[in-house]
Design a protein. Sequence first.
Length: 88
Amino acid sequence: PNSILAGLVVAAPPAAVALTVLPKPDLSLPDFANVSYDDVKKYGVSGTIAYVLTELAFWAIAFPVAAGLFAQANGHAPDLINSGADRA
């Protein structure tokens, strides 16, 4: 009880200043939905390298995470070679 009250006493003044005096930050995200391949090409080789590195980073993170979640849910790693489910 006393530690909660002490935390409120310490945190309340900075929180009140942050909410009332300080300017509100712009938290809107930039619009990346309208980026086309022409936008990438206009930056030449550096744009292409940035695009390739972004894709590699995505798949380097996404595939292991998806495989780990699959293994966690099913109790085994995904069998990408010997799966008979798609065969007659």
